[in-house]
Design a protein. Sequence first.
Lengths: 176, 252
Amino acid sequence: MRVDAAIDLTMTSKITSPTREGIYALLENVKDPEVPVISVRELGVLRDVAVVDGNVFVTITPTYTGCPAMDVMREDIEKELQNAGITRFKVTQVLAPAWTTDWITEEGKAKLLAYGIAPPQKTADIRALKGEAPIVPCPQCGSKDTAMISLFGSTACKALWKCNACLEPFDQFKCL
Amino acid sequence: MAQQLPLLTYLLRRGDDNLILGQRLGEWCGHGPQLEEDIALANRALDVIGQARNYLQYAGEVEGKQRTEDDLAFLRPEREFVNCKLVEQHNGDYAHTMVRSFLYDAWHLPLQKALTKSSDERIAAIAGKAVKEISYHLRASSDWVIRFGDGTAESKERAQNALNALWTYTGELFVQDEVDQALIKAGVAPDMAKIKAEFDRTMDRVLAEATLERPADAYMATGGRQGVHSEHMGLLLAEMQYLQRAYPGAEW
């Protein structure tokens, strides 16, 4: 294969006539800057994409009100669109309905676990409803013998836990 | 349009409460009693500053003078801040900081819960997000109040002292002036009597478990909502606003 052919391949990422599916696929490249294995779609931050007469409208919602990563995600989405040759777009942030960890996709949760972060339990978890402490298995060794160290962790969305079996501390994505 | 001025004041009050508490909590950054608590305080500060941002952004739009949330936070003089006096009180020791947060959270959670049903959709949306965050805050501050109160003789004494010292600032949280009245009438704001009932339930439940004594209601300090603050407020603003005052328009 010649070198310029390889360059041509990378050039095919330019989108000339955007479609909803095409934009969704493109935005898979935009990851959470603080958890770089999970995309904004998997995180549930990307709420909608609409294409009207060639104009692209992207709707996002913040995870936590004060999360500094939100501004970065918004800029990353804009950059991704620009790099794909899309000039007519608008990224809008909405607050309602409020983001919930239930919107993190199953593949997203699996990626969090593989990254060493315990994924959130369901908000409708019966134990949570009864006010009991959730059971959060250790993402390192899988043991259920774990304990919460602090309700707040390294970022707004995480709590700090430790595993009593392998003695490793770990982050848990707070259930919200 | 007659409703615009009360709405603006109401939004500034909600924004300022959170902003000033966020500034106080942020002062702990790097000084927490242990690493986990240092991080927890910064997280709490981040949440309330985020909520302040939402309310002040909306206030700026309602005011219609092209002022951003940053303008409102960093360029208003003390007399224009309408936060309650509770949040501007100094941090003191850790019991003092936690009791202050506990009193605030126990009032703030039912208030924001009620605001999710506001006839103003924007407020309802802001509150809908805030409620989730404040639930965690109240849980964490309640845990600490219980741990201090039902702890050693010294931790109990400190927690009780903090409670006694801060109780005078709780009355202001439930005052309803003409601003509140106008918005209650329009279905924008809730009746504070209902918020007070939930606040009382939380106090009774947590303080009993903490074996702390609920102070009797006596003189209640007010004035914050009219921009008349305690002596701590000027110093707090001097620090918070220094950069924008010294280097107007500075960005990072």
